[in-house]
Design a protein around this ligand. Structure first.
Ligand SMILES: [Zn+2]
Length: 360
């Protein structure tokens, strides 16, 4: 099981391709225009398992948030290789989309080659119909320190604390996380156009899903929630079609990020929402599977350090390498217990999807 996990993007890609070869599954590869840190080419790779004309398709995507791709990649490789992995049968197929944001995966970043958070990029760029986020203008100057050390981090926390007192903790958190389209060098930037990954997902849908009737996407993330537990999260609310679709499969394990209590701040333009127009007349649904890694405060500090590093720091330095190691650990705890939990839960969630898809 732990052999499904990889140390780098290149390692993950090689394992995925080799697993496809082992089970004789044909691969389509989509090349990203950029390169990885070792000069390596970057690809999103895809494979289809099950009957060619299956009307129902379970789509499993990894690495929407780049560096979070280690877990999703391992689950995809396990689905190909593991003797106990759930297999599609009857009129259901499985489409694996490996590393939809290969640049972020390779460079150990959430963001893509344009500093875009892909989960804020699936919005209406044509009409510049972007979510309102005026409060972000008030807080943007306090978000990424110019220097990185303990004092700078304490100053950052103090600045956020006074913003919380002025505007309220929840509004500040929402403004930080929901996405913004004005500051290309800041956090949670949604971009000014559809990114390469966004267009590539469109191509993948058109290459594979034209003959399908229904598709359900499970998009794998890490960094929020209890250690090793995969929480199913959807921006849809109880009573809405997508929520109810997954409730039928998973019951109370499905959590709405917009209704009730959730650690999630509720982003606009996520890949889950973006999946809808891309699949046209299909019946569709999409859900996030989010695995916990480290404590929330650790995550917050490490992710801020990474943003600082890419904006003001030096990747090729002792501090740069230390931060990258911390980012990797926060997205992918290299521990047998975590890996085993990730695989077990991934198998369970995808097994239920393959088993319960409507058969007519
Ligand atoms: Zn994520």
């Amino acid at each position: 099981m732990s052999s499904y996990f990889s140390a780098t993007y290149s390692d993950a890609r090689a394992k995925f391709l080799s697993a496809c070869l082992d089970v004789k599954a044909a691969v389509r590869s989509y090349e990203n225009p950029e390169r990885g840190p070792a000069g390596e080419s970057l690809f999103t790779d895809t494979t289809w398992i099950g009957p060619d004309n299956a009307p129902n398709v379970v789509v499993v995507t990894s690495s929407t948030h780049g560096v979070e791709g280690f877990a999703g990649s391992a689950i995809q490789i396990g689905l190909l290789l593991d003797p106990d992995a759930p297999k599609p049968s009857g009129d259901v197929a499985l489409l694996l989309v490996h590393a939809i944001n290969p640049y972020g995966f390779a460079w150990l970043r959430r963001e893509n080659e344009d500093n875009v958070d892909l989960n804020r990029n699936f919005v209406d760029h044509e009409n510049k119909n972007y979510p309102e986020n005026d409060l972000f203008e008030e807080i943007v100057d306090h978000l990424i320190p110019v220097e990185w050390n303990d004092t700078a981090y304490q100053n950052y926390l103090t600045a956020i604390q006074s913003l919380n007192e002025k505007y309220g903790e929840v509004p500040v958190r929402k403004a930080m996380h929901k996405g913004q389209h004005k500051h290309a060098d800041s956090i949670h930037y949604g971009g000014a156009s559809a990114t390469w990954s966004n267009k590539t997902l469109g191509l993948i849908c058109s290459d594979y899903l034209k003959k399908s009737k229904r598709a359900a996407m499970i998009d794998i993330h890490t960094g929020l929630g209890p250690y090793g537990y995969g929480e199913l999260m959807t921006p849809s609310k109880p009573g809405e079609a997508v929520y109810d679709f997954f409730y039928n499969w998973y019951g109370d394990e499905v959590h709405s990020t917009t209704a009730g209590a959730s650690l999630y701040a509720g982003s606009k333009g996520s890949i889950l929402a973006g999946f809808r127009p891309l699949v046209g007349s299909l019946e569709w649904a999409a859900v996030g599977l989010e695995y916990g890694t480290r404590e929330r405060e650790t995550m917050r500090k490490v992710m801020l350090a990474n943003s600082w590093l890419h904006l003001h720091g030096e990747l090729d330095s002792d501090l740069g390498r230390k931060i990258k190691q911390e980012v990797k650990d926060a997205s992918y705890p290299d521990e047998d217990e975590w890996k085993s939990l990730v695989w077990k839960r991934g198998k369970e969630v995808i097994g239920i999807a393959l088993e319960r898809f409507p058969t007519s």
